[in-house]
Design a protein around this ligand. Structure first.
Ligand SMILES: [Zn+2]
Length: 379
């Protein structure tokens, strides 16, 4: 009896190890830190590097994995914060399953690194997200064509879940030098600086996070909104405008110097130095108030519509007595920014931003500039 029992145990052990030999999937793990990755937006980078179209990215894929050639991919973190425990998923043409491709244990803020596909030199068996085993042996010689693979990221932490929620936005982002001939009298800054790109990368994340919140959608749909002809939008029309806002496909971002913001259809977007400096300490005003005004311009609205300035912009004492208060997209945005700030919900904060020295403490100056510069201009 005892012998039979031992034989059974051996058989189980043998069959397990055999199964393992034939089909073990392993997931490659990486950490991209100071010693083994490059940094984007270094102080030594010149304007052409910062504004390069290679650095155009989707806000919904803040961890960008991009094929460079059939054998090499590039990983980049477009957030100004260190991130941990990220799963990278791959979709390969001809394979109807998404693969758990590799894991990033840690990636520094703005780190970027090129790596070879792990299956070229190591295991070829991967798990799909539905638990099936997929063998990539057939790609060992040829690699994978750059057109035939796409990547996405996933993760369970609170911060990754928040970053992932930005995929409701269709926005692609690129920093832009609008003052190409360095005209000192231009309405745009001479050259966009690495520090500007670093701060803007966090600003766009927090702005996007306001707009994808359930509360923004609800309050926008409840707000009185009127168009350039001063016609009040009905519920369906407001839903349409809200979806267009999520669906904007490109933000070409610069730094205006003569106004706090600039915006124009379809992709001109700019916020001034004092907004970049103050967006974390005072996210409501002027930052969100101005930023959503400019988005209103990107959507084709002028100052005749309260998709830019609220209406009434300055309520009279009589209006206030009658409960009339400013309404418009900038008011909705400001209220939601205040809510997120109160509950400590913003993604990029002074506690996780990787270069605190990018911000100078001039919070008292923000409001003065806000009035001196005025809110906005169209382009
Ligand atoms: Zn305006």
């Amino acid at each position: 009896m005892r012998e039979v029992f031992l034989t059974i145990i051996c058989l189980i052990a043998f069959s397990c190890s055999k199964d393992k030999d034939n089909g073990t999937t392993s997931i490659k793990e990486y950490s991209f830190g100071e010693s083994n990755s490059e940094l984007m937006y270094k102080d030594s980078d010149d304007v052409s590097e910062i504004t390069s179209s290679d650095l155009r990215y989707e806000i919904g894929k803040i961890i960008r994995v991009k094929p460079i050639d059939n054998f090499t991919i590039e990983v980049a973190n477009f957030a100004p914060i260190d991130l941990e425990d990220i799963k990278i998923l791959a979709q390969i043409d001809g394979i109807d399953q998404q693969l758990n491709f590799f894991k990033i244990n840690k990636i520094n803020a703005h780190a970027t690194k090129q790596v070879r596909y792990s299956f070229l030199d190591e295991g070829t068996l991967f798990n799909s997200t539905t638990g099936e085993k997929i063998d990539l042996t057939e790609y060992k010689e040829s690699g994978i064509g750059t057109e035939n693979i796409t990547f996405n990221f996933s993760g369970d932490s609170e911060i990754l879940t928040k970053l992932k929620s930005l995929n409701k936005l269709n926005w692609e982002i690129k920093w832009h030098d609008y003052n190409l001939y360095n005209d000192p009298n231009d309405k745009w800054k001479l050259d966009i600086a690495p520090k500007d790109a670093r701060r803007l990368s966090g600003l766009m994340i927090n702005l996007g996070y306001i707009l994808v919140s359930k509360e923004f959608e609800q309050e926008f749909l409840n707000e009185v909104i009127f168009d350039n002809e001063k016609d009040t939008l009905n519920q369906t029309e407001k839903e349409l405008v809200f979806n267009k806002l999520l669906d904007l496909d490109y933000f070409q971002v610069g730094i205006p110097t003569t106004t706090s913001g600039r915006g124009g259809a379809p992709y001109v977007f700019g916020l001034a130095e004092h907004i970049l400096n103050g967006y974390m300490t005072s996210p409501e005003r002027p930052f969100t108030w101005i930023a959503v005004h400019e988005i209103g311009h990107m959507l084709g609205y002028y100052h005749d519509s309260n998709m830019t300035y609220p209406s009434p912009r300055y309520p009279t004492p009589e209006e206030e007595a009658n409960g009339i208060y400013p309404q418009g997209i900038s008011e909705v945005g400001t209220r939601i920014a205040e809510l997120l700030q109160t509950r400590g919900d913003f993604i990029v904060t002074p506690n996780n931003y990787y270069k605190p020295e990018d911000f100078t403490d001039n919070s008292s100056r923000n409001k003065r500039h806000f009035h001196v510069l005025g809110a906005c201009d169209t382009d």
